[in-house]
Design a protein around this ligand. Structure first.
Ligand SMILES: [Zn+2]
Length: 194
């Protein structure tokens, strides 16, 4: 009988230890979220996303696929965000990574949305682009590799840079929407299909 009581007590201690560990892990996960991990997927900002071209075709619209995956360029003065100056943030249309804030957006008169600085270090990668007989600097989303546009050295101070970005590569969320969704301002947004 005494032995049975001992086993029961042992199980209670075991359950208490498991419960404590689970609660502790839960608080770590919360800390990770605060330090910039996507609330929806638990994915780090800089964690790369790899998908087959077939998967991208299913996830993106025809226009998004042509620009983001085939390095196309939308016609100037036609993009949704060219003359768009609402306070908020711009996210990658392919993976939802935050790329630009409205504070850095300006009207360069070039026909495409222009930004003077990305939202944070490590959100955008640069590649030399020698297509069409020119040497330009292509900018891509650092997480999914999606083509965004190019960066030029004729932007306003203090950076002197002009990130010339295709509207179809971006998804905008107003500051009010971000506030209402109780989303961490550094968070990514979920993309349908993920
Ligand atoms: Zn992306």
């Amino acid at each position: 009988m005494n032995r049975i009581v001992f086993i029961v007590k042992g199980n209670i201690v075991f359950i208490a230890v498991v419960l404590f560990s689970w609660l502790t892990m839960g608080s770590c996960a919360q800390k990770n979220h605060e330090s910039g991990i996507n609330q929806n997927s638990g994915m780090k900002v800089t964690e790369k996303i790899f998908k087959s071209e077939e998967e991208w075709k299913k996830l993106l619209t025809k226009e998004q696929y042509e620009v983001l995956r085939q390095k196309g360029t939308e016609r100037p003065y036609t993009g949704l965000y060219d003359q768009h100056f609402i306070k908020g943030s711009y996210f990658c249309a392919a993976c939802g990574l935050k790329l630009f804030d409205s504070d850095s957006k300006f009207d360069a008169g070039c026909g495409w949305p222009s930004f003077s600085v990305p939202t944070g270090k490590g959100h955008i990668d640069e590649h030399k682009d020698r297509s069409y007989g020119m040497v330009r600097t292509e900018v891509v989303c650092s997480r999914c590799g999606g083509h965004l546009g190019h960066v030029f050295n004729d932007g306003p101070p203090p950076t002197g840079l002009r990130y010339c970005i295709n509207s179809v590569s971006l998804i905008f969320r107003s500051a009010e929407q971000i506030e209402n969704e109780k989303r961490n301002p550094t968070d990514s947004i979920p993309i349908s299909g993920e």
